[in-house]
Design a protein around this ligand. Structure first.
Ligand SMILES: *Cc1c(COP(=O)(O)O)cnc(C)c1O
Length: 408
C-alpha cells in the first residue's frame, strides 16, 4: 500500500502563466545577450518602504531585543490596537474591531477561507481572474477536474469590454461563493456603487456569500467609487472582505493583510461565519508578525496615510505614462483599445486580431518589453495584454519610448 495522491492536487492544471513568461524572457535574453529587457509584467511592488513606516518597524524590532519591549505570541486574530485602527480608519460605521482579523496577507486568507467553506460549495469567479480563487478551490476539492471549459464546479463569469467588465449575475447559481475583485486584477475595472448594489442584492436574494478582494482599494482616486463593499447597504449580510497592506504600503515582502467578517454573515443553520473564521484563525494560524503589525499601525496613522498616498500616486503616474504611450498613433491605427480607469495599477489592452501570446512575443522581440498575456487569467482574456505600473519611473519611461516606435 502507498498513500494516494490528494486528488485536489492531481486535478490542478499546470499553472503555466508566470513560469512561461519567465521562460520566454530567459530564452530571449540568452539569444540576445545585449538586450536591455524591461518588465511591465509584474504584479509586485518595486519602490522602497516609506520612512515613517520603515522606522516604526525598525524601532519595534529593536525594542524586541530589550526586556521591556519583548513580546512573544500575540492574539491570533491580531493586535487589538491594529484591529481597532483598521475599523476606525477604513470601515467607520461599517465594521467593528472584533470583525477585523489580521493576517499574513490576502492570498493566505483566501486559502484559509477555502478551508472554512470546504468542498461542498459552489464557486463563481470573474473571468479573467486572479488565479488563487480557482486554484485554491481545486486544492480543497470544491472544484473538480479541468477541461476546455474550465474546472468542474466553477461558474465562470465573463467580464468583457461588451459588458463593461461587470458580469451577468443571472449566471451565478444559488448558494454559491462569489469571488469578486475590485479594482480588478487583471482588468483594472472598478465596480461602481450601483454595480456592487446589484451584486449584493443578488447574493442576499440567492443565498450567496461574496468574497470581496479589495487589495487595490488604495488606487481608487474617483470619490464616487466604493472603496469597500460595506459602503453598499446589505453587504454586512453577505460579504466578507479580504484586504492587504501589500499594494497599499509596499508590504509584498513584509506580509500583512486583514479580513473583515461581519457578525451578520451566517450559514444555513444560523451559525455566524465569523465564529468559524475565528476558529480557523486561532487553530490554523498563529498571528501575523508583530513587527509587520507595528508597520501596519504606522501606515494607518496620519503620517503613514500621507506616505502611502504618495507611494500609490507614484504608480498611478506610471500608469498614466503607459496609457499615453499605448494610445499613440501607432496603436490607434491598429485598433488597439486601452482600458484604463485611473483607479488601478493595471492597464488592460486589447489587440484585435492578435492572440495574447503572439503580441506578447512581438513586443518582447521588438521593444524588449515584457508584458502579461491576458489569456493566462482566463479565456475572456484572449487578445489582451496586462500592463503593470509597478516599476521604476525611468524604466517605465524607457519602455514607453520603445512602445511608441512599435510598428503594428
Ligand atoms: C497582490 C494581490 C493580493 C495581495 O496578496 P498578499 O498575499 O496580501 O500579498 C490579493 N489579491 C489580488 C487580486 C492581488 O493582485
Amino acid at each position: 500500500m502507498m498513500i494516494e495522491r490528494n486528488k485536489g492536487f492531481a486535478n490542478l492544471a499546470a499553472g503555466y502563466l508566470f513560469p512561461e513568461v519567465a521562460k520566454r524572457r530567459r530564452e530571449y535574453q540568452a539569444k540576445h545577450p545585449d538586450a536591455k529587457i524591461i518588465s511591465l509584467g509584474i504584479g509586485n511592488t518595486t519602490e522602497p518602504l516609506t520612512p515613517h513606516i520603515a522606522k516604526a518597524m525598525a524601532d519595534y524590532a529593536k525594542s524586541l531585543g530589550t526586556a521591556k519591549g519583548y513580546s512573544g505570541y500575540g492574539d491570533e486574530q491580531g493586535n487589538a490596537e491594529l484591529r481597532a485602527k483598521i475599523a476606525e480608519v477604513l470601515y467607520p460605521k461599517m465594521a467593528k474591531a472584533d470583525e477585523v482579523f489580521i493576517s499574513d496577507g490576502a492570498k493566505c486568507d483566501i486559502a484559509r477561507i477555502q478551508t472554512l467553506f470546504g468542498r461542498n460549495v459552489k464557486i463563481s469567479v470573474q473571468d479573467p481572474a486572479y488565479p488563487v480563487y480557482v486554484d485554491g478551490s481545486v486544492v480543497v476539492g470544491a472544484a473538480g477536474a479541468s477541461s476546455k471549459k474550465g474546472y468542474k464546479g466553477v461558474t465562470y463569469l465573463p467580464c468583457t469590454a461588451e459588458n463593461k467588465f461587470f458580469p451577468e449575475l443571472e449566471k451565478i447559481p444559488a448558494d454559491s461563493i462569489i469571488y469578486f475583485c475590485s479594482p480588478n486584477n487583471p482588468t483594472g475595472a472598478c465596480a461602481t456603487k450601483a454595480q456592487l448594489k446589484k451584486l449584493v442584492d443578488y447574493a442576499n436574494k440567492n443565498g450567496c456569500i461574496i468574497i470581496f478582494d479589495a487589495a487595490y482599494y488604495a488606487f481608487i482616486r474617483d470619490d464616487k467609487l466604493p472603496r469597500t463593499i460595506y459602503e453598499i447597504p446589505g453587504a454586512r449580510k453577505c460579504a466578507i472582505e479580504i484586504n492587504s497592506f501589500s499594494k497599499l504600503a509596499g508590504f509584498t515582502g513584509v506580509r500583512l493583510g486583514w479580513s473583515v467578517v461581519p457578525s451578520d454573515v451566517k450559514f444555513a443553520d444560523g451559525t455566524p461565519v465569523k465564529q468559524d473564521w475565528n476558529r480557523v484563525m486561532t487553530t490554523l494560524f498563529n498571528g501575523a508578525s508583530n513587527i509587520a503589525q507595528a508597520g501596519g499601525l504606522a501606515a494607518l496613522d496620519k503620517e503613514g496615510q500621507k506616505e502611502t498616498k504618495a507611494l500609490v500616486d507614484y504608480y498611478l503616474e506610471n500608469a498614466r505614462l503607459m496609457e499615453a504611450a499605448l494610445t499613440g498613433e501607432n496603436f490607434k491605427k491598429a485598433g488597439v483599445k486601452v482600458y484604463y480607469t485611473g483607479d488601478s495599477p493595471y492597464l488592460w489592452v486589447n489587440f484585435p486580431g492578435w492572440k495574447s501570446w503572439d503580441i506578447f512575443d512581438k513586443i518582447l522581440d521588438e521593444c524588449n518589453v515584457v508584458t502579461t498575456p491576458g489569456s493566462g487569467f482566463g479565456p475572456a482574456g484572449e487578445s489582451y495584454l496586462r500592463f503593470s505600473s509597478f516599476g521604476h519611473r525611468k524604466d517605465v519611461q524607457e519602455a514607453c519610448k520603445r512602445l511608441s516606435k512599435l510598428v503594428l
